[in-house]
Design a protein around this ligand. Structure first.
Ligand SMILES: [Zn+2]
Length: 449
């Protein structure tokens, strides 16, 4: 991209000129396009006047689109030239033209008003068109998503999950997050659950439901997939109901770090099945049918089946484990080490190290029995006598995420810190603190690497 936007002064975010403001948007896209193999390259200092088409991707201000005046409300336009070669469409050139009649500035956060339009977020949007994205809110049917790619500029100043997943999808990167089993296998499991309740447990067929087995097999895993991919239960329910209404598969709410598959409490699963039942009754007007399995049984055992599936069990192994549980064996081990995560943090402040001198590395693994275990180690230039862990080095982390860190430095007494790692939503967060001052004053914040 040849960026030819020229000088600017007094930009709110401190950008030196328009080029710098817009290159920040290119960089933001590049940070999310790694898996696609495409990257934008910003070229500055070009002096040739952009033309249509001239085999150069140009980004510039103008009063129109190569001679056609801008519509008075338009902030910018992206013009793409596509040629068909050997029956395949190829993009030959993309030019991005900003309307020079608009009062642009460069800033973050909420819109500052009609007279101060943020060029950076407009550029994020236009580069999204260059990637190949359209306006989700003007799709047929319109999608209701939070996105920089929606048609009108808003308080959104950064790429959203929908923007990123849209781009990844265009370039063939799988963005479904945690893989779920095929629907026919889930349906088979539910049918065997019906049989088990009838023959094994001797339950009568007296649980009325508007949702048939196929509906449960389709929509419960879909709901759980959204929840495991960072949606709140309410957001997940809203997405499933949109899907049932024919709005297509909705984007998930976030990208899940490996090693943190976190199933919702069962009462939330049951709440979803109640909502689904009411939707089938009131909106779809389906007739009542009878099941041997009550709604709670479906919520509990289907979730267990799916938990085994996403933890490496095949259909046979997962079904077998659930049936064992129904017969009172308790939860069974999952089938594989599902994930691990490494976290690092750098010391805050200057005691006992000068800032940044010591690095702690924490490694967490989910073991075959479902337990999360971990180890930690500490390294640093000023760490003259090394770590004195409570049980040698590296130290181990308790199942509740707590650990003790003791170490020695020449000329000082022993240091004792307490660490804790907890799951917050789908993210792992850790802190390290001096027990005398307690966790409000962390000495180190651990972030997933
Ligand atoms: Zn647009």
């Amino acid at each position: 991209m040849e960026i030819q936007l020229g000088p600017a002064s007094g930009l709110i975010d401190g950008s030196a000129d328009w080029d710098e403001c817009v290159i920040a948007s290119l960089t933001e896209w590049n940070n999310h396009l790694g898996q696609t193999g495409i990257q934008f390259n910003a070229v500055q200092g070009a002096t040739k006047t952009p033309d249509a088409p001239d085999d150069i991707n140009s980004v510039f201000f103008s009063n129109g689109i190569f001679g056609t005046p801008f519509d008075h409300s338009a902030l910018a336009a992206t013009q793409t030239w596509i040629y068909t070669r050997d029956g395949v469409d190829e993009t030959a050139e993309t030019d991005i033209i900003f309307n020079d009649a608009k009062p642009f500035n460069c800033y973050r956060g909420a819109r500052a008003g009609r007279d101060t339009i943020d060029l950076r977020r407009v550029a994020l949007h236009e580069f999204g068109h260059a990637v190949g994205l359209g306006h989700p809110d003007q799709d047929t049917p319109p999608q209701q998503v939070t996105a920089i790619m929606n048609a009108y500029v808003s308080d959104i100043d950064a790429l959203q999950t929908d923007d990123i997943q849209g781009a990844l999808t265009l370039y063939g990167v799988t963005v479904t997050g945690i893989p779920f089993p095929p629907r026919d296998e889930v349906l088979n499991f539910l049918l065997s659950l019906e049989n088990e309740y009838r023959d094994g447990l001797g339950r009568s067929r007296n649980h009325a439901s508007f949702v048939d087995t196929e509906g449960t097999a389709t929509w419960f895993p879909e709901w759980l997939r959204y929840v495991l991919n960072d949606c709140s239960p309410a957001e997940a329910t809203a997405r499933v109901l949109l899907q049932i209404s024919g709005q297509g598969t909705q984007p998930v709410c976030g990208v899940v770090p490996t090693g943190t598959i976190h199933f919702p409490p069962r009462n939330e699963s049951l709440d979803f099945l109640h909502t689904l039942n009411a939707f089938y009754r009131d909106t779809l007007g389906l007739r009542l049918w009878q099941s041997h399995v009550d709604l709670e049984g479906k919520a509990v055992w289907l979730q267990e089946y799916l938990r085994y599936r996403v933890n490496g069990c095949n259909d046979t192994d997962a079904s077998h484990r659930v049936l064992q549980q129904i017969h009172g064996s308790g939860a069974m081990p999952v089938c594989s080490v599902s994930a691990s995560a490494t976290m690092t943090g750098t010391w805050v402040g200057d005691f006992p190290f000068s800032s940044g001198d010591a690095i702690i590395e924490v490694t967490l693994s989910q073991m075959p029995d479902g337990q999360v275990t971990g180890t930690f180690s500490l390294s640093g230039e000023n760490l003259e006598t090394g770590v004195v862990g409570p049980e040698g080095e590296p130290g181990s982390i308790d199942p509740d995420g707590a650990f003790d860190l003791r170490f020695k430095r020449a000329r000082f007494a022993d240091f004792h810190y307490r660490g804790s790692i907890a799951q917050s939503g789908q993210q792992l967060r850790g802190t390290l603190y001096d027990p005398r001052f307690w966790p409000q004053n962390p000495s180190m914040v651990l972030n997933k690497r």
